[in-house]
Design a protein around this ligand. Structure first.
Ligand code: DAH
Length: 354
């Protein structure tokens, strides 16, 4: 018994010394295993308790337990110290280092260009109008004097939507639903020109609007095409409106957008909703940088009398002009971007350049 009790204190002191000296958490764990693990020295001592007599056991057990509590306390204390040490920075803090800046988000280049266009038109009294991207054939084509056999109405170019009501499931046959189109077609608008009609249907003249918005065409994506892209439509209706007004307005806006030395020219063209119709080319340092003097940028013209008839405006009284251009194209020229798909990939390395 005396021999047993004598072993406790030296073992305890040695174990305490080992625990307290542990330089890191791994060493501390090793020290714990050495004394308190299942094959540890202290555990071995406790196993000897069983060999003692009934009379010896209480005193010996008490002494061993006290020592064990002391070791466990020392272990917990050293662990807390070492955990704190591990959590603290290894290097001293250098308070002279510059602070970390948060990355501030930016507007998408297409949004920036759209906002610039809208700002220019607002200066000369245009209001922003809006219309649905899911359109009907009437507003996208018929009301714009585009005949039923016009190639733009071909399913090659337009995304037509299936009418939910026209998907008729035959419950007896178990056949897949058939598509029988009995209702007027709905489609994804192919241009923002449909909004001209929607606005004129709702308000009497005069009208002075621009319509930025998304449009859809069945194009395969390549460097210059994408099935969705953006346009800005313009419409001005009043008494005695002339091609001169159109040209002056377009010139003003393009000079603001592309630089004051920008020149524009009109080339005769055909659109079913304008007569006469033109394509607009522009020339600036930007076009010359792209190796061209003139670049085609927009379509425009004087609103066709039939379009006025379709919305109930008297073409004998009212005159007007309209135009439409692609926002991507303007952004590409402005920023020297050679692939339209870059706008839609959401690659931060591309986007943060603007
Ligand atoms: N809608 C035409 C297009 O998508 C652009 C256009 C041409 C719009 C002439 C007009 C216009 O308002 O008068 O290509």
């Amino acid at each position: 018994m005396a021999g047993f009790l004598d072993q406790i204190e030296p073992l305890k002191q040695a174990a305490l010394a080992e625990l307290r000296a542990a330089p890191d958490l791994a060493a501390l764990e090793q020290a714990r295993v050495n004394c308190l693990g299942s094959h540890g020295k202290f555990t071995a001592l406790m196993k000897q308790l069983g060999a003692l007599t009934k009379e010896e056991k209480p005193a010996a057990g008490k002494a061993v337990n006290q020592a064990k509590v002391a070791l466990e306390t020392a272990l917990a204390q050293r662990r807390a110290e070492l955990e704190l040490k591990a959590a603290l920075p290894q290097e001293p803090t250098d308070f002279t280092l510059p602070g970390r800046r948060r990355v501030v988000g930016k507007l998408h280049p297409l949004t920036q260009v759209t906002e610039d266009i809208v700002r220019s038109f607002r200066k000369i009294g245009f209001a922003v109008a809006d219309g649905p991207e899911v359109e009907d054939e009437y507003h996208c084509f018929d009301a714009l004097n585009t005949p039923a056999d016009h190639p733009a109405r071909d399913t090659q170019d337009t995304f037509y939507l299936e009418h939910p009501a026209s998907r008729i499931q035959n419950p007896e046959s178990g056949c897949p639903p058939s598509t029988i189109n009995t209702q007027p077609s709905t489609l994804l608008r192919t241009h923002t020109s449909s909004v001209q009609i929607r606005v004129m249907e709702k308000q009497p003249p005069p009208v002075r609007i621009i319509v930025p918005g998304r449009v859809y065409r069945r194009d395969n994506a390549d460097a210059t095409h994408n099935p969705t892209f953006h346009q800005v439509e313009g419409l001005y209706v009043d008494r005695h409106v002339t091609v001169g007004d159109l040209k002056g307005t377009v010139e003003f806006v393009f000079k603001e957008l592309m630089g004051s030395e920008t020149r524009i020219r009109f080339r005769p063209h055909y659109f079913s909703y304008t007569e006469p119709s033109f394509e607009i080319d522009f020339s600036s340092a930007l076009t010359r940088k792209m190796g061209k003097e003139w670049l085609e940028i927009a379509g425009c013209g004087m609103v066709h009398p039939q379009v006025f008839e379709n919305v109930g405006y008297d073409p004998e009284i009212w005159t007007g002009w309209a135009f439409g251009f692609g926002i991507e194209r303007i952004a590409m020229i402005r920023y020297g971007i050679n692939d339209i798909r870059l706008f839609y990939e959401n690659d931060a390395r591309f986007l943060k350049q603007f």
